[in-house]
Design a protein around this ligand. Structure first.
Ligand code: UDP
Length: 333
């Protein structure tokens, strides 16, 4: 074994896919998750410690028991709208929770961390694609709660030698190509699962497109959708980088390609062979017209790049998983 990774939030969407990749590559994994947003059936690659990052004693006990060589930290809340309505919840969970985790790591002498950050830390940049040196100026409490952690990481390195890689995800999408796990949120707010729901349910459910009057070629927002299996490989590369003694850094994880909401809808319709019922509604507050990564620094530092770019690969795996999920629930249409 390469050692043990304690994976907070390992029962969630990105965390569970990373557990799978870590174990495939020879790491042992222990998941620490309170199951508030995660799923017990997504914990398949190691034991689950049910615990909360807001509970410092539970964290200390987990470190004493697991003695991890590294931590991958996914446990967080990630709904932009909810963060606007309840900023305290976001600062407490994402910022205070991570502070607890960092202090537990220092106390236990665990020297390396891979952290889930986000392109939401950039806010609404004008220049595309977005490089890591783009000014970080979040436009909602979610983005701020993640940016504050990036600040903590720099300071904890300086004071305690804790080495970290903050990975700024663009739009995580898709599902395990093997079909074991996928994107499940309750409530679901994300474009791709909702477009798939509209395809599956036919007339029963319509997607709302949040604005089609943006200054983009088809008027809908452009995002950099990155396959969750590619994200997982980047986390693995970040762990390897830290084990080799790499310096604390922050890296964008995207494909460098942007796709519009309309392109997502059209591709789901084509791959599913069904209509994706939708109507055009108003813009969502804080939605920039375009967010596309410059992923070249991750390529240079980690030797990583997305191997499954393009909507067909991402949406094909997403559709296959949703189909399985529907069969499991016995509500196949
Ligand atoms: N979107 C949409 N209708 C929906 C959900 C999302 O038009 O019901 C758009 C949203 O405005 C954005 C893109 O789809 O341009 C991706 O949104 P999502 O919530 O999936 O991810 P985000 O970019 O907010 O992280």
């Amino acid at each position: 074994s390469r050692g043990t990774v304690l994976v907070t939030g390992g029962a969630g969407y990105v965390g569970s896919h990373c557990c799978q990749a870590f174990v495939k590559a020879g790491w042992n994994v222990v998941v620490f998750d309170n199951l508030s947003r995660g799923w017990r059936d997504f914990v398949r690659w190691g034991p689950l410690i049910e615990g909360d990052i807001l509970d410092a004693d539970a964290l200390a006990r987990a470190f004493a028991e697991v003695k991890p060589d590294a931590v991958a930290h996914f446990a967080a809340l990630a709904y932009v709208g909810e963060s606007v309505d309840d900023p305290g919840l976001y600062y407490r969970t994402n910022a205070c929770g991570t502070l607890n985790l960092l202090e537990a790591m220092v106390a236990a002498g665990v020297p390396r961390l891979v952290f889930s950050s986000t392109c939401a830390t950039y806010g609404e940049p004008q220049l595309m694609p977005i490089g890591e040196d783009c000014p970080q100026s979040p436009v909602n409490p979610y983005g701020w709660s993640k940016l504050i952690v990036e600040r903590m990481l720099a300071d904890f390195d300086r004071a305690h030698g804790l080495k970290s890689v903050a990975l700024r995800y663009f739009n995580a999408a898709g599902a395990d190509p093997g079909g074991a796990i996928g994107e499940r949120h309750a409530p679901e707010t994300h474009l791709i699962p909702l477009a798939i729901r509209a395809a599956e349910r036919g007339g029963d459910f319509a997607l709302t497109v949040f604005g089609d009057d943006f200054a983009t070629p088809d008027g809908t927002c452009i995002r950099d959708y990155i396959h969750v299996a590619d994200l997982a490989e980047a986390h693995l590369a970040a762990l390897a980088y830290l084990v080799k003694g790499g310096a604390t850094t922050a890296l964008n994880l995207g494909t460098g390609q942007g796709h519009s909401v309309r392109q997502v809808i059209d591709t789901v319709a084509r791959l599913a062979g069904r209509l994706v019922r939708h109507s055009v509604g108003s813009r969502r507050v804080g939605d920039p017209p375009e967010l596309v990564a410059d992923p070249s620094r991750a390529a240079a530092v980690l030797g990583w790049q997305a191997r499954r770019p393009g909507l067909d690969a991402i949406l094909g795996d997403a559709l296959a998983w949703h189909e399985r999920e529907r069969q499991r629930q016995g509500t196949a249409v």
